[in-house]
Design a protein around this ligand. Sequence first.
Ligand code: UDX
Length: 459
Amino acid sequence: MKIAIIGTGYVGLTTAVVFAYLNHDVAAVDKDERKLNLLHEGRSPIHEPGIQSLLEEVQHAIRFTPSVTEVVPEAELILIAVGTPPKKNGEADTQHVVQAAKEVAQVCLPDRHYTLVVKSTVPIGTNQRVVEVVEEVFSERGIQGNISIASNPEFLQEGLALQGAFYPDRIVVGANSDKAIDTLRRLYKPILEQTFDPPSEFPRPASYHLPPMMTTDPNSAEMIKYAANTFLALKISFINEIAGLCEKAEADVTEVARGIGLDARIGNRFLQAGLGWGGSCYPKDTAALLRVAAQSGYEMPITEAARTVNFRQRKRVVEKLHSTLGTLKGKTIGILGLAFKPNTDDIREAPALDIVRELIAAGATVQAHDPIAIANARLALNENAETDNDKLFFTEDVYELSYDADALVLVTEWELYHKLELRRLAKQMKTPILIDGRNVFSPEEARAAGFHYIGVGRP
Ligand code: UDX
């Protein structure tokens, strides 16, 4: 199938590479010259396990271009995968989605049928807005036009984007048109029936079952995306709330999570207590959902609370440092991990950024390590000169962090941190204090290595 994808961010690029691998004829449009230059050289602008090699494998089957006009008229299906960044009031900004829909409608051929699919995460009602925008452009052009519009929310998890695209739990389609549903069913056929040969880096999991394609109305499809993300966010916030009480009650939250997770109704995933969620989705989508609710005069106290608990986790780390070290003035704190989670260089809404800012504001000096996110973090933290540069250092040598440090804080659970030589780290420190913000280490081992160990929700 000839498809055009607008936007080559995490969602757009992953989708382009996967559909090209599945033998669709893919064109991907982006206005960002930097990204296009990289893509033309065969280099991925995003860091995502497996994407570079898959991109190289399918490069001959994808065309990257800045021009909607060049690729949309010939396409059968057009996917909008542009960003919907948060506005100051939390609302998701859909201007790029609307703009993309306009551009598509401007170049569609009047005698052809198209399916236009919104993949970006958008507030409920956006699909309807896209329908109106397309009709407005058609009437300006004085043509009838023939477009079916659908919503197909994306559940991409960074770090697992390709795995999730080849082996999704489900595909959700919101559409009022049978034609659109048929086209999407053809698009996803190789995935729905798992008829493709798995790429070597992404073998089909033995326990994988064929995914259902659920069809529904567009508003419900848009709501499914927000509800799914909010539910996962509140599951994590719930275990973090329990973790705080475990600290008071001398219980161990990792044991509690294991115990409740064994109940099949609860499930053991997304129950890892720690520094909470960051990234481009949960913070933004929970805020956007609250905005949608507020606009309807509806209160969502559970969603509000999930956010409160989440952002409190970041402050609690600094409080733990305060109560162990007394003042933070003049103290040196090592930060292990800057990315919002492992296997990505994405630092959007990363807990580490808030923690670094708080520590510096409290008079501490911060040394930070991350295997791949230093460049992005440096940019984010130095922007607006909000952080005092004399108090913030980055190092690519993880052991350098501990020299004369007063405490270490593990913020992101990178695989390499699991294997650190704790004894060596502890020896180099002024005071061997380890705040394990993701409960990566065994408290016994950390203590045996000489650390004063403080986890999250562990006695
Ligand atoms: C999420 C959803 O998983 C995905 O379906 C949606 O499309 C976009 O949002 P992502 O933001 O990439 O994906 O990351 P995810 O793996 O869900 O983790 C989000 C945050 O939650 C990370 O900061 C992670 O550290 C944190 N987390 C996750 C926990 O604190 N505890 C957990 O048990 C799981």
